[in-house]
Design a protein around this ligand. Structure first.
Ligand SMILES: *[C@@H]1O[C@H](CO)[C@@H](O)[C@H](O)[C@H]1NC(C)=O
Ligand SMILES: *[C@@H]1O[C@H](CO)[C@@H](O)[C@H](O)[C@H]1NC(C)=O
Ligand SMILES: *[C@@H]1O[C@H](CO)[C@@H](O)[C@H](O)[C@H]1NC(C)=O
Ligand SMILES: *[C@@H]1O[C@H](CO)[C@@H](O)[C@H](O)[C@H]1NC(C)=O
Ligand SMILES: *[C@@H]1O[C@H](CO)[C@@H](O)[C@H](O)[C@H]1NC(C)=O
Ligand SMILES: *[C@@H]1O[C@H](CO)[C@@H](O)[C@H](O)[C@H]1NC(C)=O
Ligand SMILES: *[C@@H]1O[C@H](CO)[C@@H](O)[C@H](O)[C@H]1NC(C)=O
Ligand SMILES: *[C@@H]1O[C@H](CO)[C@@H](O)[C@H](O)[C@H]1NC(C)=O
Ligand SMILES: *[C@@H]1O[C@H](CO)[C@@H](O)[C@H](O)[C@H]1NC(C)=O
Length: 469
């Protein structure tokens, strides 16, 4: 049986080293193969028990890390706390699997990519005036266009990125699974979507709307003409879209250290091999300052059962499975470093993602003092959103949050009591953190709110202070 995220935990020493900046305390992550460079460069580590080749994991192994389709809450594994009633539910998850971003395409692609099995709708209509036809985008390349093969031009009917057929299928299943727990099992969600107490939110990146559309159909099959919330791009807290150069500088500083460059130096041979196959310019910093681009490109292929890429002029020179796994291990190493290992990663999460955290606190407080009637908020976001949130919550260690990675905040009230508790689920299981709260499984809500307010300040005043400096 593959090791799950949860079973690879090493027993953690009682004394976790801590570093505090302006009331924000960082607790070091647990040590394991994701922060150990020897393990990261050992081919015997393989995929560290993870999956990168399919959306499906057998039931016996459910909960295992699957980059293509991360585990999330579903009825089969969900544990209902006894003696409590659910008061409020907020879900945030990464969009589902997709084509790579254009920036992660090789200069020339060796295979055509077809998205002919999906339709991406994009149109506007007035509320009370003229009607509009429901149009969708048919992307294509034109062989008569002399520019067809320049600048990432290759034979494709996809947008880069767009949610794939498989990713839309996974999105709909995600919606059905949420219903299986919070509708069927707990009877918490009403049988009809109630827009006065429930909402779905997306970012300005259209792939989150593509996911939301399939997800909502899985959750509420009769839904149509459905408004999803979206903040103004320059302020958006979900992606996030607001600018915070102070946070960017904090992160740049800890990625401009020997601790960071060490693994980059150790990766020169690997980069050379990948560049020789892909044709990526070896002086292109975007591709060589981290593994993000190669990771995205290779995992997009393996998650869709496409072959690993070969040299376009020598089809026997290909990226091997071993090379791909090495890239995946280094991707996990980098995510753990950026969002957990670096002493200032918590400060980064608290500011870069602090606006969302401040909103979450307001939602919880509003529920507790009765000023807000919302029972359910659902947010579709990105890996950068989830990893920053998990940096702030100080997950025990971090692998790259894969497609569909989900964090669920549940607010429970103890029966016949006015005491409320928080349970946070990641991958469908209570989130294990290195904070004094430990596993976020029925933590008194006041404790949880106090922790978040240490990070972002009351009403998010720390976020405002640092991000407007
Ligand atoms: C991880 O290992 C380092 C070096 O051995 C040690 O200093 C640190 O305390 C360990 N961290 C945890 C959380 O155990
Ligand atoms: C998919 O990945 C799993 C986990 O690494 C592995 O056991 C399995 O053999 C792979 N399947 C295929 C078809 O490559
Ligand atoms: C990245 O992955 C996509 C999708 O799998 C593939 O078609 C494309 O060729 C890759 N990009 C490059 C530049 O290899
Ligand atoms: C693009 O791919 C399609 C489908 O594989 C193929 O029919 C077509 O000939 C290709 N066009 C070019 C210019 O390679
Ligand atoms: C990485 O390599 C560069 C260039 O060779 C060197 O200057 C630097 O000291 C190395 N850094 C580490 C951490 O190994
Ligand atoms: C591909 O193979 C050819 C022939 O071996 C070689 O000249 C070329 O540098 C390789 N790389 C790319 C990106 O074409
Ligand atoms: C093509 O790649 C293979 C495997 O790397 C290599 O052995 C062969 O020499 C290459 N062919 C040419 C023409 O460069
Ligand atoms: C964290 O960032 C702050 C603000 O830039 C800086 O003053 C502090 O030295 C950093 N801490 C560490 C451990 O790098
Ligand atoms: C809560 O109160 C109700 C009636 O007031 C009672 O029937 C029930 O047993 C109580 N539950 C608990 C867990 O004390």
């Amino acid at each position: 049986m593959a090791l799950s995220h949860f079973s690879t935990l090493l027993a953690c020493a009682a004394a976790v080293s801590a570093y505090t900046f302006d009331g924000i305390t960082h607790y070091a992550p647990v040590n394991n193969s994701f922060n150990d460079l020897d393990a990261a460069f050992s081919s015997s580590s393989g995929t560290n028990g993870g999956y990168y080749n399919s959306s499906t994991v057998a039931d016996v192994d459910y909960g295992a890390y699957n980059y293509c389709n991360m585990p999330h809450v579903r009825a089969r594994e969900y544990k209902v706390p006894t003696g409590y009633s659910l008061e409020y539910l907020e879900v945030i998850h990464r969009h589902h699997k997709r084509t790579p971003y254009a920036s992660n395409l090789f200069p020339k692609e060796d295979i055509p990519l077809s998205c002919d099995n999906t339709k991406m709708f994009f149109y506007a209509a007035t509320k009370n005036g003229v009607e509009s036809t429901s149009i969708w985008w048919k992307d294509y390349v034109d062989e008569d266009n002399p520019m067809m093969f320049v600048d990432n031009g290759f034979n494709s009917t996809c947008q880069f990125p767009q949610i794939s057929y498989g990713g839309l299928t996974d999105s709909a299943q995600h919606g059905r699974d949420i219903w299986s727990v919070y509708g069927d099992k707990l009877k918490f969600l009403p049988t009809e979507f109630d827009p006065t107490t429930m909402s779905v939110r997306v970012t300005n990146n259209e792939i989150t709307s593509q996911v939301a559309a399939a997800l909502i159909k899985g959750l509420y099959p009769d839904s149509s003409d459905f408004a999803v919330y979206q903040q103004v791009a320059s302020q958006d807290s979900l992606e996030p879209g607001y600018s915070c150069s102070w946070a960017d500088d904090v992160r740049s500083a800890y990625q401009d250290t020997d601790a960071w460059y060490k693994h980059i130096n150790m990766s020169q041979d690997l980069f050379d091999e990948l560049d020789a196959i892909s044709g990526v310019d070896s002086t292109d910093d975007d591709w060589h300052s981290w593994f993000d681009h190669y990771f995205d490109n290779l995992s997009s292929r393996t998650c869709h059962q496409l072959p690993l890429p070969c040299n376009v002029t020598n089809s026997s020179q290909c990226v091997t499975q071993e090379m791909a796994e090495q890239v995946f291990r280094l991707g996990d190493y980098e995510y753990n470093y950026i969002f957990r290992q670096a002493a200032n990663s918590t400060v980064y999460g608290a500011t870069h993602y602090g606006a969302f955290i401040a909103e979450l606190v307001a939602h919880l407080k509003g529920k507790l003092d009765g000023t807000r009637s919302s029972i359910y908020r659902h947010n579709v976001a990105h890996d950068g959103s989830l990893s920053s949130l998990l940096a702030a919550l100080q997950i025990d260690f971090l692998r790259w949050p894969g497609m569909g990675s989900e964090v669920v905040f549940e607010l429970w009230r103890k029966d016949n009591s006015s005491q409320n508790y928080i349970r946070v689920l990641y991958g469908g299981q209570p989130l294990s953190t290195q904070t004094p709260m430990g596993v976020l499984d029925m933590v008194e809500v006041e404790t949880f709110i106090a922790y978040l307010e240490d990070l972002v300040g009351v009403n998010g005043e720390k976020v405002y202070k640092y991000c407007t400096m």
